[in-house]
Design a protein around this ligand. Sequence first.
Ligand code: GUN
Length: 300
Amino acid sequence: MHAELIDGVAVSKKIRDEVAARCAALAARGVVPGLTVVLVGDDAASAVYVRNKEKQSVEAGMKGETIRLPASTSQEELLAVVDRLNADPAVHGILVQMPLPKQIDPQTVIRRLAPHKDVDGFHPVNVGKVLIGEKDGFAPCTPAGVQMLLQEYGVDTGGKHVVIIGRSNIVGKPMASLLIQPGKGGDATVTICHSRTPDLSWHTKRADIVIAAVGRPGTVTGDMLKPGAVVIDVGINRIADPTTKSGARLVGDVDFESARLTASKITPVPGGVGQMTIALLLRNTVRAAEQSIPAATVAG
Ligand code: GUN
């Protein structure tokens, strides 16, 4: 078997086009969706993500702004910025880029965000809403992107066994929350595996869908898969490769070459899940802007 590639670039483009149309409809009502990203310090990878977020939000028709703060910023200073953005009616979505410098507790900052502006879906109110299936909350962008890729490629999760590898608050746990909901895109039986799970392959061999999100190359190899499984690789790892010009290349958590021989569908890295995260962030932001308009105005 040679797996079909799941093209995150194409699907993310489709979402960004849909977001742009919704932004245009809002603009006609005098509302420009505003997304503000707060970047503290000078982590190189974060700086790249943040530039892409700003660029793509502006391309979609939003007001994309980035607030850059020095690595020495105190927690109180960052909380004051969050308070100001919470109170600003032109800001519909706020994203505080992680990781934060060590003097700042990320959970304290996340709890300070107004839940209706938390387009990352990290605030406990949104985490809870996603878990209980309330649709007005914001789901974290990466797992929401994975769910959308599965739907776009006709992968029915209903009654399927999904094995998620990784229990992070950003991917693993919310991924399980989304997939166990009743209805389209859900209805799955979910197993979450993590660093303390003995015999990972015992689980993955029983999976119809494997979602790898641990940040370790080679975590899943072809011999760990059931023939015909769908493989979603959330990992983005930079490894040394002297054959490339930069001396490094990006790989996922899945050994792509062996997995593609057993899987029926697989996401590449890059070009798979990674593209989806920003697209879903933009979608959450346009929804935050739509939800900020009083119902009577929307209907009118
Ligand atoms: N750092 C890596 N991924 C993310 C993300 O999705 N949101 C935020 N805020 N920070 C991140």
